[in-house]
Design a protein. Structure first.
Length: 71
């Protein structure tokens, strides 16, 4: 479970950060004609980034806790 949580948190954090901090998603939405959704990107992406960062931190903590227990 720890590795799955860690992988999900890492992949989600990277994808959300790319979509938050680059205009990539704006270009994609504009290209397919959904420009009206650009207004809601910050409302969705910033909490999503926070959730994935929390998942990543929990996964790292559990991984290090388990590695200390095994040694």
């Amino acid at each position: 479970m720890n590795n799955k949580l860690l992988k999900t948190g890492a992949i989600g954090t990277v994808l959300a950060a790319i979509c938050c901090f680059t205009p990539l998603l704006v270009w994609v939405l504009s290209a397919i004609g959904l420009t009206s959704l650009v207004v809601y990107l910050d409302v969705v992406l910033l909490p999503l980034l926070a959730i994935f960062l929390i998942m990543l931190v929990i996964g790292l903590v559990l991984k290090f806790k388990n590695s200390k227990d095994n040694s």
